[in-house]
Design a binder for this molecule. Structure first.
Ligand code: SF4
Length: 468
């Protein structure tokens, strides 16, 4: 599913605040907003670095920008509608400053290509996820009054040599992309068309980036990929290969003080080797995001997910066997083409069996160009899709509350990420299982590890006190 499925609704449209440590001022300024998954946010940090190298500084205020960029998502129709609406907000800025350049980047740019220039007259440049290195050149073209487009997908681009400029960073946790693209062809998904074929980044460059982050004071990295389990890098120099379990181990060995998370796993590819590596290293978090998409084997086949309901349940069982306290989250879609009430009940019963700690639930949104759009009719009525989604949401709400209540009385190692938004005398962080915990600040600070005993919870947060 979407890389780094950490689709943080609160971060949608987040403006990029200057993180660059450059000493001297910039000639021009750019304003960028990011939408979609963590992979897109990680890309925005690469884009910021490329622009920084070309004397563009970031501004959080688009009124002060010479260049406005939107890094877009195309996973659902709603995601694209949101961008079209947002674009209108820049009309007045363009009227005030006709030399202002507006660019659409990311998956929507790749899906629509130069059609976007026809559909959205405000847009000057359209850049796909593999073409960010050419951004400075495209800006130059646009400055001559031309429209500029580069949506070429690459078989080897990983931006491995570009050090990202951290986005609105808390200085504690950072995303590190380990691969790009996807070779799976799930029939509902646009990602293979918007991000291209799968390619893994050099393990050396990933290791170097994680080590540099640790030396800068970061204490957690999240390794990102559409399907991290198929990470595979050929080390020609040493005539060896690096798979995901070996990469995890390399990063974990940087320091026991560096927490390692990753996303997204794939049920057909996750191996025992990965699970035993998680078990072996205390600093690799016991949390796995394992999208299921449906509980019905018939639908999983139509979705081209390449595994059955039984296979998925066996994988969850294996995870619990090897890492008993592992937190598991998922993605699940209802209302996919031809889904019957029986299929839907199978999704509900699978959720009941797995008791997911967290679930991202959606109803099917047909995406043009996908296998499903070409082969199947989007035949489930909207009100049925909405009713089935509500049933999944209601069921999961009970499971996640139970999962929180189960932790009352337990003590967890927490990495402090910052001050609680609700109470400045409280700090927050997450435990291994990726659950947020709040507790009184006392004399602790972000970046510290503390042991917190939980005495209460809400549906989304554990509440505790530091005991050491
Ligand atoms: S094609 Fe499948 S595995 Fe790949 S990103 Fe899409 S949903 Fe995920």
């Amino acid at each position: 599913m979407v890389a780094g499925k950490i689709h943080d609704e609160k971060r949608q449209g987040e403006a990029f605040l200057p993180g660059s440590k450059r000493s001297h001022s910039y000639d021009r300024h750019f304003y960028i907003e990011s939408y979609g998954c963590a992979m897109n946010f990680a890309d925005t940090e690469v884009i910021a670095s490329i622009l920084d190298q070309n004397n563009f500084g970031a501004t959080p205020d688009f009124q002060k920008a010479d260049l406005i960029l939107i890094n877009t998502c195309s996973i659902r129709e709603k995601a694209e509608e949101r961008i079209r609406k947002r674009l209108k907000d820049f009309t007045s800025a363009k009227k005030r400053n006709p030399s202002l350049i507006i660019g659409i980047l990311g998956c929507m740019a790749e899906r629509l290509k130069s059609n976007l220039l026809e559909e959205e007259k405000l847009v000057d440049i359209v850049v796909g996820p593999d073409a960010y290195r050419t951004l400075p050149q495209l800006i130059q073209e646009a400055e001559t009054g031309q429209k500029a487009v580069n949506v070429l997908l690459s078989r080897d681009e990983t931006y491995a040599d570009i050090s990202p400029i951290r986005l609105n960073s808390n200085g504690v946790n950072a995303f590190v992309s380990i691969m790009r693209g996807c070779n799976n062809m799930c029939s509902f998904c646009v990602v293979p068309f918007t991000r291209g074929r799968e390619r893994s980044r050099s393990a050396y460059s990933i290791f170097a980036e994680c080590e540099a982050l640790f030396n800068e004071g970061y204490r957690e990295v999240t390794l990102l990929g559409q399907n991290v389990d198929s990470y595979y890098w050929r080390d020609e120099e040493n005539n060896s290969n690096v798979n995901f379990a070996q990469l995890l181990e390399k990063v974990a060995l940087i320091s026991p003080l560096l927490r390692v998370r990753f996303s997204t796993s794939h049920p057909k590819d996750i191996t025992d080797e990965v699970l035993f590596t998680i078990k072996k290293y205390e600093n690799i978090c016991n949390y796995i995001h394992l999208p299921v998409q449906s509980g019905s084997t018939r639908l999983l086949q139509l979705m081209n997910r390449t595994y059955s309901r039984e296979w998925y349940l066996a994988k969850v069982g294996r995870i619990k066997e090897i890492i008993p306290d592992c937190g598991i989250s998922t993605d699940i879609i209802c209302g996919f083409c031809t889904e019957t009430e029986e299929d839907h009940k199978e999704s509900l019963s699978l959720m009941e069996y797995c008791q997911f700690d967290l679930a991202y639930m959606y109803f099917y949104s047909e995406r043009p160009g996908t296998l499903a759009a070409r082969r199947f009719e989007d035949d489930i009525p909207l009100e049925v899709k909405k009713r089935r989604l509500q049933e999944m949401v209601d069921l999961h709400r009970g499971h996640s509350l139970k999962s929180m209540q189960k932790d009352v009385g337990k003590t967890f190692k927490v990495l402090i990420e910052g001050t609680s938004k609700k109470n400045e005398d409280e700090l927050f962080g997450r435990n291994d299982q990726n659950k947020v915990i709040v507790f009184p600040k006392l004399n602790h600070k972000k970046g510290d590890y503390v042991m917190v005993k939980v005495h209460d919870c809400t549906a989304g947060t554990l509440i505790g006190n530091v005991i050491s």
